[in-house]
Design a protein around this ligand. Structure first.
Ligand code: ADP
Ligand code: MG
Length: 697
């Protein structure tokens, strides 16, 4: 019996009406119901007593018996519902100023309730609008409601409206377990369970709902989390295996003359980390398997030159190489930089821009298609329909985190023969996260900055310090350096009392720096204008660039030594780190000044403290991840990852590593899961939009 195919109407106590209500939270099959896990468990032993309530203790959870409830008429025809509860240590009143009608029906004197809320003292302890749940002590009720540990289920408005509470869930889930437990199918291979000392699935599902104690609850939790992570890693392992199965047509024979020529003329010595990564890429390119690699390196660590040298290896072997950047400014910067490095090599470097005139664009597109272009640089424009490549051997994606996971595939698919892939990211991401998002890629890391870089000095400054800050910037400019001043918004917002960039620009250029060349850059400017300003800044024709976050990603001007971020409280940690990365790119001492507005909340100050205390991108990303949680951290663009119900990317890193090892080993041995048909069928069905394990034999 496949419980995914058994309707919940088969479960005792679920009639057509309840079935409909359960459908609203996505429960259709018995399997869905059994996987409707408790949001938390209440342990009777750790429940607080009314007699122990103290002022300012915040939210409490109590179990108490209702002994009376009454409606009290108030002014404006408003009625308040007041109910009194007691445990063996005291009395607690609860008040409802709204929705009392509905609660009143739920309150039965003599019944026990779980009550959560923040108590206040009004002659006695009282809680307004508590969260209330009944514990079922009626005769014949099974131990499920009386056990030491009581499961509480996620509830929605729709459920509550239909009197579906945790008590109701306890009952029907218990029924479902009684009726169908024996049909719970365990798809995770026995040997893996044994290796990690995990219980079978039937036991785990039973225990997650009705654990005997904390230990059994945690064992169940571990097993169920393991499955989620194991499935996620099976997808990664299979994707990786699939790439390695693709016949490779673009194997290179040697690293070639071009690489050597550029390498010898580089104006700097590559760092050991850069050399190591180039070696890894070279090994990939000349191996029998396609490259599928991610290059992680903090801002300013020198990823671009690694990308260029990799591209040259491909070109020397008769292929084209393309690099996709997230913004036009960045694409252009790569174009100019590559030209400089590759002077006199006779290479044909092509920049495809969204803003190009039709005729010019057609020419460029025809160069790409005919194979005239060796290196192709562009933004999303590269994945437009009309762009076709002649012999694309390598795809580089710069600032990968700026693109969706899907777009990484799109450029790859444009090649006639599967190309090698190098994705680069400057946003260091916590390891658990990179293993889930990019777990199918091999990873190279540049973990050192080029020699001679001095760590950026970071400081926090208030409104009152600004005149000193401006004076400092002026001194830096006198020494021949340049500065960025970044504002969070383009136009003055009505709601936020923040000096906008435009206003700031006017003020700075007229009042603070009348003798300096100050320019303005923001996202709403026309592309030509933006380019003009960026180029002028690079050519040192501008001393101070007042800007919005358009300079956040990738912009590289070595002579800039000051980054002043206005109202840094308006930025996230990763963003601040990226902005700071615009300076400290040359050998001079650089500074990042974080201006904070007045009345800034504590959590903002926490971000500032982190920024001041470290320049290590990995540390910052870990903190950012912890402060904001995975959802916010990833943003919508990274969706496409299977949902995790129980496992947390934040806290289950160790379990993820175990699950990954097991999954990769399994796929190594049996990449179509021939010997695990139940697991294969489960994966094919559950993740049909992500992966298929097919047996062609
Ligand atoms: P990112 O990794 O942030 O993309 P870039 O590739 O833009 O960094 O490199 C930052 C700056 O450092 C560039 O101006 C680049 O030319 C320079 N650079 C790269 N590698 C080295 C090196 N080994 N030594 C000195 N400077 C380097
Ligand atoms: Mg870069």
């Amino acid at each position: 019996m496949n419980l995914n195919e058994v309707s919940i109407s088969e479960v005792r106590n679920i009639g057509p009406k309840r079935e409909k209500v359960l459908n609203t939270v996505g429960i259709y099959s018995v399997a869905d119901l059994l996987q409707y896990y408790p949001r938390r468990h209440l342990d009777r032993q750790t429940i607080q007593k009314i007699g122990d309530i103290k002022p300012d203790m915040g939210e409490v959870t109590l179990i108490a018996t209702c002994f009376e409830s009454m409606k009290i008429p108030g002014r404006n025809r408003q009625t308040r519902l007041k109910a009194s509860f007691s445990d063996d240590t005291g009395i607690l009143n609860c008040n409802w100023f709204r929705g009392g009608e509905w609660i009143a029906n739920k309150l039965i004197p003599g019944e026990e309730y779980i009550i959560s809320g923040v108590p206040k003292f009004f002659g006695g302890w009282a809680i307004d609008h508590p969260v209330l749940e009944m514990i079922d002590n009626e005769k014949g009720a099974t131990t499920l409601n009386q056990g030491r540990i009581i499961p509480l289920y996620p509830l929605t408005g729709e459920l509550s409206k239909n009197s579906f509470d945790s008590r109701a869930f306890r009952k029907i889930i218990k029924n479902a377990l009684d009726q169908f437990s024996e049909f719970i199918e365990d798809t995770t291979p026995q040997k893996i369970l044994k290796e990690h000392k995990l219980p079978d699935l039937k036991t785990a599902i039973n225990l997650i709902h009705f654990p005997e104690d904390d230990i059994s609850k945690n064992i169940a939790l571990k097993r169920l989390k393991f499955d989620e992570l194991f499935h996620l890693q099976l997808i990664m392992a299979k994707r990786r295996a699939n790439v390695k199965l693709i016949p490779k047509k673009n194997k290179i024979k040697s690293s070639g003359k071009l690489l050597k020529a550029v390498y010898e003329k580089l104006p700097f010595e590559l760092t050991d980390a850069q050399k190591k990564v180039i070696r890894e890429i070279y090994d990939d390119l000349k191996s029998d398997k396609l490259m599928n690699r991610m290059l992680q390196g903090d801002v300013g660590s020198g990823k671009t030159v690694v990308a260029l040298l990799s591209m040259l290896m491909m070109i020397d072997n008769g292929y084209q190489a393309a690099i996709m950047a997230p913004t036009e400014i960045l694409a252009e910067q790569h174009y100019l930089g590559f030209h400089k490095f590759c002077e006199e090599l006779g290479l044909h470097i092509t920049l495809l821009q969204g803003k190009m005139k039709k005729k010019q664009k057609e020419e460029v597109i025809s160069d790409i298609a005919s194979g005239t272009s060796d290196i192709i640089i562009g933004t999303h424009a590269l994945i437009q329909k009309d762009v076709k490549f002649h012999k694309l051997g390598l795809v580089v994606i710069d600032e990968q985190h700026r693109f969706g996971v899907m777009q990484r595939g799109e450029l790859v698919e444009k090649a006639k023969e599967a190309p090698n892939l190098l994705v680069m990211t400057a946003t260091p991401i916590p390891r658990t996260l990179s293993l889930s998002l990019y777990g199918d890629l091999d990873i190279s890391i540049i973990d050192t900055l080029p020699k001679g870089r001095k760590p950026i000095k970071t400081a926090k400054r208030n409104e009152n310090d600004l005149s000193k800050v401006y004076k400092f910037i002026d001194e830096e400019v006198s020494k021949g350096h340049q500065a960025y001043i970044v504002y969070p918004l383009i136009e003055k917002s009505k709601k936020l009392d923040i000096q906008a960039a435009e206003e700031g620009f006017k003020y700075l250029s007229e009042e603070e720096f009348p003798n300096r060349k100050v320019a303005m850059l923001h996202g709403k400017m026309k592309n030509d204008e933006k380019d003009g300003v960026m180029q002028a800044f690079k050519d040192k024709k501008i001393d101070i660039l007042v800007s919005t976050t358009v300079v956040e990603v990738g912009v590289d001007v070595q002579n800039a030594t000051v980054m002043l971020i206005m109202h840094c409280e308006r930025f996230g940690l990763s963003q601040l780190h990226q902005l700071r990365g615009r300076v400290g790119r040359g050998s001079a001492q650089s500074y990042c000044i974080l201006h904070v507005g007045n009345k800034v909340p504590d959590e903002t100050m926490e971000r500032v403290r982190i920024m001041v205390s470290t320049t290590d991108g990995f540390k910052i990303s870990e903190k950012d991840f912890k402060l904001r949680g995975p959802g916010e951290f990833l943003g919508e663009k990274q969706s496409g990852m299977p949902e995790l119900k129980l496992a947390s990317l934040l806290y289950d890193g160790k379990l993820m590593a175990l699950a990954r090892k097991s999954a990769f080993k399994l796929i190594d041995e049996d990449n179509i899961l021939k010997n695990y048909p139940e697991l294969r069928d489960y994966m094919n069905k559950k993740f049909q939009d992500k992966i298929q394990f097919l047996d062609y034999s």
